[in-house]
Structure formats: structure tokens, C-alpha cells
Design a protein around this ligand. Structure first.
Ligand code: GDP
Ligand code: MG
Length: 160
């Protein structure tokens, strides 16, 4: 037999992924988590909450002042969201690829937004757009002690 190493446990890039209220109402939470899990990404944070307007506005601060901003905050605070943190190699960029374009109608089949959505204001899911955004968003939505530190046993079967 051969001993398989764990060098890739050094991969610590994280992305903030959130199932928005439309995704929760429509029962898509399990499918969305499953897609990231089966790709090999490690779930390190997970909680369900109804965000406050303050939290929603901070999350989307870059869009403050745009015409769609008030409706976006209304929408995000209208129900429960599932806040997730996934970890793994290139998870920010790959997460965005798995999610698709902002407009579901412009997203390729196989992406989450294309498979489940039609309108831009009902596009199911959020994913960080850069490593820097991910760090800001994770710190906004999670306390440090809400993120789990562990090594999945499958790590050596996902990373060479
Ligand atoms: P994302 O990073 O792909 O989620 O897109 P953005 O950061 O540009 O926008 C944040 C969210 O605001 C999107 O996911 C949409 O739900 C919403 N949004 C963005 N642009 C528009 C728009 O032009 N009209 C509407 N109604 N919603 C928008
Ligand atoms: Mg964005």
C-alpha cells in the first residue's frame, strides 16, 4: 500500500456563500450545499437567520445608492437566509462559476442561477466576488468561533 499525504490541507481560501430568501422558500438549500460538497469543498460555517436591515445594507454596501438597492435590502431581509462558508482551492472563483452570472437568464445551464432562476432580483444565491470580499463578508456574518477547524477524512482523495 501507498501512504497518501495531506499537503493540500494547507489550502485555506474561503468564500462566503448565502442562499437568499427565495432559495430558502423554494427548498433549494440542500441542493446548493450538495453541489459545493460534492465538488470537494469543505463546509466550515453554516447558519440560518433573518438578516437585519443593517446587516443586509452592510453586506451590499458597494451597491448603496444604486436604483435597485432599496429593493435588494427589502428582499434580503424578507425571510430566512442560509449563510455558509466553504473552504478549498480556488473556492472564490470556482464558486462564482458554479453560481453563474448575476442575471439567471444569462447564466449557462448547469450553474445554480440558471438551473433554478429567471429574474435578477430572485437569483437564489450570493457568492463572494474576490478573496478580499470573502474575508470582509465572512467577518460580517460570522464570529470566529462559529467557523469549524477540522480536516475532512476525504481530503487526500480530493487533493493530490
Ligand atoms: P452578484 O455578485 O452576481 O450577486 O451581483 P452584484 O453584486 O452586481 O449585485 C448584487 C445583487 O443585487 C444581485 O445578485 C442581484 O440580486 C441584485 N442586482 C444587481 N443588479 C441588479 C439590477 O440591475 N436590478 C435588480 N433588480 N437587481 C440587481
Ligand atoms: Mg456581488
Amino acid at each position: 500500500t501507498t501512504t497518501v499525504g495531506f499537503a493540500a490541507s494547507a489550502v485555506t481560501e474561503r468564500s462566503f456563500i448565502m442562499v437568499k430568501p427565495d432559495g430558502v422558500h423554494r427548498g433549494l438549500v440542500g441542493d446548493i450545499i450538495k453541489r459545493f460538497e460534492q465538488r470537494g469543498y469543505k463546509l466550515v460555517g453554516c447558519k440560518v437567520l433573518v438578516p437585519s436591515r443593517e446587516l443586509a445594507a452592510k453586506h451590499y454596501a458597494e451597491h448603496d445608492g444604486k436604483p435597485f438597492f432599496p429593493k435588494l435590502v427589502d428582499f434580503l431581509t424578507s425571510g430566512a437566509v442560509v449563510a455558509l462558508v466553504f473552504e478549498g482551492k480556488d473556492v472564490v472563483k470556482t464558486g462564482r462559476t458554479m453560481i453563474g452570472a448575476t442575471n439567471p437568464l444569462a447564466s449557462p445551464p448547469g450553474t445554480i442561477r440558471a438551473d433554478f432562476g429567471i429574474d435578477m432580483g430572485r437569483n437564489i444565491i450570493h457568492g463572494s466576488d474576490s478573496v478580499e470580499s470573502a474575508m470582509r463578508e465572512i467577518a460580517l456574518w460570522f464570529r470566529a468561533d462559529e467557523l469549524a477547524d477540522y480536516t475532512p477524512v476525504a481530503t487526500a482523495w480530493i487533493y493530490e
